[in-house]
Design a protein around this ligand. Sequence first.
Ligand code: GCB
Length: 612
Amino acid sequence: MQSAICTLVFSVLLAVPMYAQTTGTTLLVDIDHRPATSLNGEWHTIVDQYSTGLYNLHQQLRKDGFFMNAPFDPNGNPQDYNFANAPTLRVPGDWNTQRPELLYYEGPIWYEKDFQHTAAPNTRTFLHVGAANYRTVVWVNTKKICEHEGGFTPFDCDITAALHDGNNFVVLSVDSTRIADGVPTLQTDWWNYGGLTRDVSLVTVPTQFIDDYDLHLSKNDHSIIEGYVHVEGASPGTPVTVTIPELQAKVESTIDANSRAAVSIPAKSVSLWSPDNPKLYTVEISSGPDRIEDNIGFRTIETRGTQILLNGRPVFLRGISIHAEAPYRTGRAYSEKDVETLLGWAKELGCNYVRLAHYPHDERMTRAADRLGLMVWAEIPDYWALRFDNPAVLAKSKQQLAEMIRRDRDKASIILWSVANETPNTEARTKYLTAMVDLAHQLDPTRLVTAALLVRTEKTAAGSNKIVDDPLGKALDVIGVNEYIGWYEQHAEGADTTTWDIRYDKPLIMSEWGGDAKAGNHAPSGDIHPALWTEEYQAEIYRHQIAMLNKIPQLRGTSPWLLMDFRSARRVNPGLQDNFNRKGLVSDQGVKKQAFFVLQKAYKDKTLGKAE
Ligand code: GCB
């Protein structure tokens, strides 16, 4: 039986045609704390632009495709492929930045790796894929195991039945082709990095194993930690134990008919997680032969009117938006070093919050945010104009939301789930995203749900009035708004004469604002009207924005766009962009621009936003 995530999501996916399905996957939580055999490293790869490894000349599925990994035809016919001699690509890692000829490649690439295995009795072995962009099919020893659609969330496939003792091989087809009915869809302002972009490993667990849990502080009583533990395959009555040694807390519970054990742990004197006190407790969860250990922080997050309350106290989110772009080397970020650099800059800026745009980042990011005391806005790629009228697309969004929540619900740092960014205000969109908000609340009633909205502008005698009345706001706990005064509209000074009319009695986060500057591109000194693309002009935008933002009474946070320049196919202005979005406060090569220091000063002196 598949676990809850699959049952929930895949029942809605049945109508999707063959090669765009997610089938046969589950998701084991806390995977980074389980013993695993890493399959990272060099994989043999075949670039297969026409999908000839999958389809024959009449576009029918082949029985003898590349997944057979059979370089020699038994009948002596020539074979068109041979993994053993094929060049390799590094995993994890996008393919675009590994070989110059793959920079612009979108399409399928085949990956193959050999590995040794010895079966242990009463165990199951899963292939864990941290992320593969965008559609993936997995075969082990020629048997098709699972398919996954979605480029930023992890999945696990049970490969136990396909394994044998000794040498085994796994073949994956990863197809990065953008599709209209995908999530995201055809247009994005980031590079469509293809490949096995995050860790791949083998994870062996007992036949009955802990695959999901949620442990959080009760909203109503800070001396109780509550939640559930799900044990896959366990029958009712199976015991579960949760221990938090530092709190001298230990509870026993039993599995119910849904393979879940309800947990309620009296835990007086919990030191609450916050940016000033990013306290994590070791939590041990065991059931039968399975045992896992996690590091979990405990805190509450809620809204009261226009306030955001962390542990019952008003908080202002001093943040920055971040793409999962690797500092210095470019490409998709995946390593501990990438995380240290990106979040290190965020701390240096004086942030207590980061917006991880526009899709789930590597789990290392949210783990590090937990340790560093950075509150997180986590998002799925419901970006721009998805096919909101297509139920199959909604199913894909739901799947990604469920996977993100399942992977990251143990991170105290995450306070906001975002269901969308800059979507068009249509009835179909509002219905679709309201369903997404409902699902987020249903899967995780302990966190706030938001989305980055677009605003309406009306001219006024003095300047302009920005009206926030997108109907989606009704469903959200916290309103996110993106605006680019000084870049896509008006001049930086336009912010001085802009007023804000927010039609919701809810907290507001200015989730994006900013402008481009090429690092090292300077206006002549003393120039009071610096030109676009200069560091001086970007800094000017920041100064005027900060003054304007401070006049919005219900502003509870801000995450300007963005920490570091990132690769984007839309940005084709030669000499200035060269396929990079230059709105970073830091260049892709780590050079800090002037605006970095403007924002840093405002955050450190607390002159942006209300003091808590
Ligand atoms: C936006 C988008 C973001 C873009 C940014 C830009 O509003 O949300 O993904 O990268 O603007 O630079 O235009």
